[in-house]
Design a protein around this ligand. Structure first.
Ligand code: UGA
Length: 439
């Protein structure tokens, strides 16, 4: 059992703190936001994430996770500090805002012992760790052991991904750094998880490279969808066919309204900005295309709605699902939300249904109508758009919905509906990248 701290209790931090405590470590969670801290102390998760809420309550009850608003004497006795604060996109450019990691490192530096290890988990532009190490060492008066330990968890399966990751990546300047990280992750290494030791810039790059690759894969299949749409082909059948080739693989080839969330969009933009700073912008220039293909899918849904409805004034549109992916209430850069906002701005009356995200939507986009009951949300709709592939939309009986809507048209923005079933309930089914014959 080790004493560790987790600095920054956002999505990544809470998940990591719970995971560390579940491994048996004594964890101190540090979060300056008083409202968030108070909720967490009471075992209340400030966002929706399957299994994490129960995990949080469990580790609080066992005494393995405690909280604080800031560092104190307690921090001096801690062997390993994880920095988990956010690196959002800057408002003024596409680059990542590293001010929160810089501030977290600066506040931590005076409390460090000479053997303590600081592990950065936030997604940062390559070269950030070196700067953090230099600034912390200048404050502490000794060479701080800083390692970089990128996180690969996905929202919706965050805790499971943290406890059973595909790999653990550690970049370190010192052997001591590797040894401490090996110790903290021992139970995960013992279940056969690869533990990859490397230099720090590589570890920083692994994360943005992985997210860039995933984003590229999604935009690749969405680019094929654009071609399919004008050539009578079907991108879903195409994805299945190419996915059988093991070198390509069938994951992350789901065509639809594209990627969103707090990671893939800002990470590819931040990578382009950093590469430009380093004088190798052209090496990752293709990521700009990845971004535009992704955004064009949102345009396509708006165009389809306009071509189905003509004038949008007084037309009722129901958006089924608004989070950027199912099993999450995260609205950051959500394709469904952006499309709903654009259609509303064009004059439509948009009603949003989502199993968990409506509370977050109130502050985010109060102009949009909200309905918690799925069938009520569909009543009198001139157009349904499936924006997030929640299970309940796949499972719903289209016959029941057919009786309620004003016009039986559905745009499947995620390619998950059973087309034959919806068609036999009388619906015209429109889907991105597909060649569907209606009636
Ligand atoms: C992503 C990465 O998958 C994680 O490995 C990484 O740790 C995380 O970012 C991060 O940087 O923290 P996440 O943002 O939770 O995880 O979501 P993904 O599962 O990657 O999905 C991202 C978006 O792509 C969603 O909007 C999803 O609907 C879309 N998507 C995904 C597709 O449009 N098609 C697909 O085939 C797959």
């Amino acid at each position: 059992m080790m004493k560790v701290s987790v600095i920054g209790l956002g999505y990544l931090g809470v998940t990591h703190a719970v995971a560390m405590a579940k491994l048996g470590h004594q964890v101190l969670g540090i979060e300056p936001d008083a409202t968030r801290l108070e909720a967490l102390e009471q075992g209340i998760l400030p966002f929706h994430e399957p299994d994490l809420g129960e995990g949080l309550k469990e580790v609080i009850a066992s005494g393995l996770l405690t909280f604080s608003a800031n560092h104190s004497k307690e921090s001096c006795a801690i062997e390993l500090h994880f920095i988990c604060v956010g690196t959002p996109q800057l408002a003024v450019s596409q680059a990542a805002d590293t001010s929160y990691v810089e501030a977290a490192a600066k506040e931590l530096a005076p409390w460090l012992s000479e053997t303590a290890v600081v592990a950065g988990k936030s997604t940062v532009p390559v070269g950030t760790a070196q700067k953090l190490k230099d600034s912390m060492s200048a404050v502490s008066g000794f060479e701080v052991h800083l390692v970089w330990n990128p996180e690969f968890l996905r929202e919706g399966t965050a805790l499971e991904d943290s406890l059973k990751p595909d790999r653990i990546v550690i970049g370190s300047w010192s052997q001591h750094g590797f040894d401490v990280m090996r110790k903290v992750y021992r139970p995960i290494i013992e279940i056969g998880t690869p533990f990859l030791e490397m230099d720090v810039p590589t570890a920083e790059l692994v994360k943005v490279a992985a997210n860039s690759f995933l984003a590229t894969k999604i935009s690749f299949i969405n680019a094929m969808a654009e071609v399919a749409e004008v050539s009578g082909a079907d991108a879903v059948a195409l994805a299945k066919a190419i996915g059988y080739d093991e070198r390509i693989g069938n994951q992350f080839l789901r065509t639809g309204m594209g990627f969103g969330g707090g990671c893939l969009p800002k990470d590819i933009r931040g990578f382009v900005a950093r590469a430009q700073e380093l004088g190798v912008g052209s090496a990752v220039d293709f990521l700009k295309n990845v971004d535009s293909i992704n955004i064009r899918r949102r345009d396509k849904v708006v165009e389809l709605a306009l071509s189905e409805l003509g004038e949008l004034g007084n037309k009722n549109i129901t958006m089924l699902g608004v989070s950027f992916k199912p099993d999450s209430d995260d609205l950051r850069d959500s394709p469904a939300l952006e499309i709903a906002q654009r259609l509303q701005a064009l004059g439509a009356k948009v009603t949003v249904h989502d199993p968990v995200s409506l509370e977050a939507l109130v502050t985010r986009s109060p102009e949009l109508g909200q309905e918690q009951d799925l069938l009520e949300a569909c009543a009198n709709a001139d157009l349904l758009i499936l924006g997030t592939e929640w299970k309940e939309y796949k499972d719903v009986d289209p016959q029941k919905i057919a009786e309620l809507v004003a016009t039986k048209t559905v745009i499947d923005g995620r390619n998950v509906l059973n087309v034959a079933k919806w068609q036999s309930a009388g619906f015209k089914v429109i889907a991105l990248g597909r060649n569907i014959h209606n009636g």
